[in-house]
Design a protein around this ligand. Structure first.
Ligand code: ADP
Length: 176
């Protein structure tokens, strides 16, 4: 597990400031920009991002699409659409897991080996933070094992609650 622990990191703050190869956006199916992290990414990238995204033809829940990063300090943005939380019995866990898997596979396929990912679906989409964090860690560890070219995956916590949960899960990982 040690190799995996070295390739996963927790970052507390604003994903739009990260100079990694690619950042992941918690987008909506229309890829038209929205609130939360989506709004912050579009604001920092500039209007060219929305213009580019219009040509991508939307994105299904659990899938991912890639765009340039325009004025952001990273090289690319991977837009993934998380599930809206209903009650946990509407396939939410599988779809959320798929967001992390598809995003990291897409990043690696385009030569982006350092990737930052926000807590997808845990804001406006209402996914409970603890359950979402467990899925995030499981999916990222799975992909780090499957894709040795991925150098570092940053799980980005914007709020304190998410940060506390991520730290706890990370400490459990290092004990394994
Ligand atoms: P969703 O619609 O998928 O729930 P949100 O953007 O509403 O997406 O929230 C997803 C997560 O992104 C939340 O944990 C929120 O705190 C976090 N977030 C909001 N702004 C930023 C930011 N600038 N950088 C990183 N994470 C952010």
């Amino acid at each position: 597990m040690s190799n995996i622990c070295e390739r996963i990191a927790i970052y507390h703050g604003d994903i739009t400031r990260m100079g990694v190869d690619a950042i992941v956006n918690a987008a909506n199916p229309g890829l038209i920009g929205g609130s939360g992290v989506d709004g912050a990414i579009h604001l920092a990238a500039g209007p060219e991002l929305q213009q580019y995204c219009r040509g991508l033809g939307g994105c299904a829940v659990g899938k991912a699409k890639l765009s340039p990063a325009f004025r952001l300090p990273c090289e690319a943005v991977i837009h993934t659409v998380g599930p809206i939380w209903v009650d946990g019995r509407h396939g939410e866990a599988e779809l959320l897991h798929s967001c992390y898997v598809e995003s990291l596979q897409l990043a690696a396929a385009h030569g982006h080996y350092t990737v930052a990912i926000p807590a997808i679906s845990t804001g406006a989409y209402g996914y409970p933070a603890g359950e979402a964090a467990e899925i995030a860690f499981a999916a990222v560890c799975e992909m780090l094992r499957e894709l040795p070219q991925l150098r570092k995956v940053y799980l980005v916590a914007f709020d304190n609650t998410t940060h506390d949960i991520y730290q706890l899960l990370y400490s459990q990982l290092t004990e394994e």
